[in-house]
Design a protein around this ligand. Structure first.
Ligand code: SF4
Ligand code: F3S
Ligand code: FES
Length: 249
């Protein structure tokens, strides 16, 4: 027999909602998602929550737990004090569908806007060759599980609906950086593209995205800052500037 704990869960839909209080059993070793499932099984069969793998790999169970963006399936109840109330709310940056489920379409839209990998002319599938060292350079970025916690926490779009059109967000900056490191990508300069079309300039390196990433991807240090630095280099470096002047004439 576990102990009884105080849970507060946001219930509602796109027209509004409020926090509801529950006393619920919690057993040793359980995670927040287990407790939500127990609520569904015992008190609130219609509580909506999105989840799939329960192993921190599908990125579906993103939610805010005591105000912090987290994966419900990877947040142990032992993280909280025995008498602490655990408050669970939906991601704030995306529109609520119902209860803990939000519409994350914004992210799919941004994914579609990002130009896909394009090999150089004349290189056919099956002929791609790259060095292991190039494979490894961007390996970190391919660990992304698309949980969108980084997108949710970034202050550029959190509570700033008006910035969503121009800003792709950290998840898509790592994708741009990954393609930028790809030796066969011939789509053009990914750094310039990130600056011109993904809103890289809106990011002021607060690093909140890196802090919440469950895959511990160093989004800011390894993707955003190197892309920003190289864009700045190219724009203000006097030698590059002179070179451009001469060769563009
Ligand atoms: Fe989630 Fe990290 Fe990918 Fe962002 S970069 S979507 S936080 S796994
Ligand atoms: Fe946002 Fe991450 Fe930049 S949280 S402001 S994208 S460092
Ligand atoms: Fe898949 Fe949590 S259920 S990451």
């Amino acid at each position: 027999m576990g102990t009884m704990r105080h849970f507060r869960v946001w219930r509602g839909d796109d027209t509004g909602g409020s926090l509801e209080d529950f006393q619920v059993e919690v057993n040793e070793g359980e995670v927040v998602l287990d407790v939500i499932h127990r609520l569904q099984a015992t008190q609130t069969p219609d509580l909506a929550v999105r989840w799939n793998c329960k192993a921190g790999k599908c990125g579906s169970c993103s939610m805010e737990i005591n105000g912090k963006p987290r994966l419900g399936c990877m947040t142990r109840m032992s993280t909280f004090g025995d008498s602490e109330t655990v408050t669970v709310t939906p991601l704030r940056t995306f529109p609520v569908i119902r209860d803990l489920v939000t519409n994350v379409n914004f992210n799919y839209q941004k994914a579609r806007e990002l130009p896909a990998f394009a090999p150089p002319k004349g290189v056919e599938p099956g002929e791609y060759r790259m060095q292991q060292v190039d494979v490894e350079r961007s390996q970190e970025f391919r660990k992304c599980i698309e949980c969108y916690l980084c997108q949710n926490v970034c202050h550029v779009v959190r509570d700033h609906e008006e910035n969503k059109k121009a800003f792709s967000g950290p998840r898509f900056f790592i994708r741009a950086a990954e393609l930028d490191m790809h030796p066969l990508d011939a789509r053009g300069d990914r750094k310039e593209l990130a600056q011109a079309e993904q809103g890289l300039g809106y990011c002021n390196i607060t690093k909140c995205c890196t802090e919440v990433c469950p895959e511990h991807i160093k989004i800011t240090d390894n993707a955003i800052i190197p892309m920003k630095e190289r864009v700045v280099d190219r724009r203000y470096d006097p030698v590059t500037w002179l070179g451009r002047k001469i060769f563009r004439r």
